[in-house]
Design a protein around this ligand. Structure first.
Ligand code: ADP
Length: 499
């Protein structure tokens, strides 16, 4: 026992003989104990009330309250205390009785210091062991509490993860899954663990993945095995699996992580469509130009064939179409990359913008005997703050569409007016109109309505997306009202900015 452990022990000596009390005190202090003394049972119990001792040396034969009585009370009120009874040879029976009542040991009178040291030393050792046991128990409780805390933290983290988690045993039994997994796969949110993986996911590829990975002997976490599949809800999920290895390297199962890759797949598809569309749009006019130029140039070394001016004209038209397609593409990508109304906004007159649009398209309208009119209010309209080029492209696109998707000889009307804090412009035609189910698609990039009437109209499907982007960047909106065979009206609403 170390000195510090010895000092920690307190002893109370209850004996009516002063010599014994003092002798014990001297000796026990030398052992490192803190010692208190009491001349009778009553004083002893009082001393215990004030400051409970670890060990009590109790004389059984005392005047007044006798030792056994004191022992009973000590056992009752201080069950932890180790009581060593001191007794004369004549009272061995009483000593036995005392042991039955719960005394820890006994010390026959008269006793030598060695005898006292031995008996008290035993009690101290017992005390040390009890304290050590208590400390270990406390530590164990703490470890369990830590473990429980750790587990609940881990559970919270797994529940909150944005990816689905499924943990399986080598026999395919699911031991853990999180709510994200349920949500991704359409499983009921409160589905309990414990069943075979086939009950959680109807995807043989994933079952096989879990099975294979569970048999692996090493953890390749840098390059986990993965499969991709589409759920019933149409989501693209990527399942990555890593084995869980035990101490001896044996596999305990697999952890499967599910990541929703739907947005990436959609982007991929859009990119593919974009590339296909762009290459298609570029290829056919380029082929035409190539063919026509080849014809014009004739055989190698021969003079170009005369009288083929119309071919040159057509080649020029196609080239122009190509250039405007590329310009639209560039405009759109500029707008989508946050360029908004690219140039610094300035004050723009809507009347002037619309008049210039009409002027620019009047030749085209006349060539098809169409009437192009502009209806403006009596008084001046409030000025707008916008990029003039962007604003003009909005109404040029809408008016050019109205002309292109209308029969020869019909009317196209542009009307502008002020309504509350907004400026409204409508572009109406008496053209082919748009099928109701396609109206929602015409502002999508590259979307073109394909039917008998529109097939001869050249276009890129980028005009309306540009219109929408510019109008939105000005804080406005664009709507369409169309009836098949009767015509369409596009309405642009812009916030007025009075000067
Ligand atoms: P583009 O005109 O180059 O094809 P847009 O984005 O300007 O591309 O228009 C998308 C589609 O919307 C057109 O292909 C056409 O089918 C339809 N559309 C646009 N404006 C009109 C209109 N005024 N009348 C009928 N259809 C229209």
């Amino acid at each position: 026992m170390t000195p510090s452990e010895q000092t920690a022990v307190s002893v109370l000596v209850i004996d009516d003989e002063r010599d014994i009390r003092d002798g014990c005190e001297r000796f026990l202090r030398r052992l490192g104990c803190a010692v208190a003394k009491a001349p009778d049972g009553g004083a002893g119990l009082q001393a215990m009330e004030k400051s409970p001792a670890d060990i009590v040396l109790l004389d059984l034969k005392m005047p007044g309250m006798d030792g056994l009585e004191v022992l009973k009370k000590l056992r009752q009120f201080h069950p932890q205390v180790l009581v060593i009874v001191i007794t004369g040879y004549a009272t061995v029976e009483t000593a036995i009785e005392a042991m039955k009542l719960g005394a820890y040991d006994f010390l026959p009178k008269p006793f030598q210091p060695d005898h006292l040291r031995l008996t008290v030393g035993r009690a101290m050792e017992r005390l040390r062991l009890t304290r050590e046991t208590e400390r270990l128990e406390q530590e164990r409780q703490q470890t369990l509490a830590d473990l429980a805390g750790e587990q609940s933290r881990l559970r919270t983290v797994i529940r909150a993860l944005p990816m689905g988690i499924l943990v399986t045993q080598p026999d395919g039994k699911v031991v853990l899954h999180n709510p994200t997994f349920c949500q991704m796969t359409g499983l009921a949110p409160d589905s309990p663990s414990g069943r075979d993986i086939t009950n959680y996911l109807n995807e043989p590829k994933v079952h096989e993945l879990a099975r294979c990975v569970s048999q692996q002997k090493q953890n390749n976490s840098d390059d986990p095995e993965a499969v991709e599949f589409v759920t019933k809800q149409g989501r693209n999920l990527l399942a990555q699996a890593t084995p869980v290895l035990g101490d001896g390297g044996a596999s305990l199962g697999a952890v499967l992580v599910f990541i929703d890759v739907t947005p990436y797949r959609m982007l991929d598809q859009l990119r593919q469509e974009f590339v296909a569309k762009v290459s298609h749009e570029l290829r056919s006019p380029l082929s035409t130009i190539l063919l026509q130029l080849t014809l014009l140039l004739g055989e190698e070394g021969a003079a170009p064939i005369k009288g083929h001016r119309h071919l040159l004209v057509r080649a020029r038209e196609r080239t122009q179409g190509l250039i405007s397609f590329v310009r639209d593409l560039l405009d759109l990508s500029r707008l989508e990359n946050g360029g908004g109304a690219a140039a610094e906004p300035v004050e723009v007159s809507l009347e002037k913008t619309l008049t210039s649009v009409i002027e620019a398209l009047s030749d085209q309208a006349q060539s098809r005997e169409m009437e192009l009119s502009l209806d403006l209010p009596q008084g001046p309209l409030p000025m707008l703050r916008a990029d003039p080029v962007g604003l003009e492209s909005v109404f040029t696109n809408l008016t050019a569409n109205a002309i292109n998707y209308s029969p020869d000889g019909s009317k196209v009307k542009i009307r502008a007016w002020c309504e509350g804090d907004s400026l409204k412009v409508t572009v109406s035609d008496q053209g082919f109109g748009i099928e109701p189910e396609k109206v929602g698609l015409i502002f999508d990039k590259f979307y073109r309505v394909k039917n008998e009437k529109t097939r001869y109209v050249t276009g890129t499907g980028l005009g309306l997306p540009i219109v929408k982007s510019v109008v939105q960047s000005l804080g406005g909106s664009v709507e369409v009202d169309s009836e098949l065979g009767k015509g369409s009206t596009f309405t642009v609403t812009l916030p007025a900015k009075p000067v």
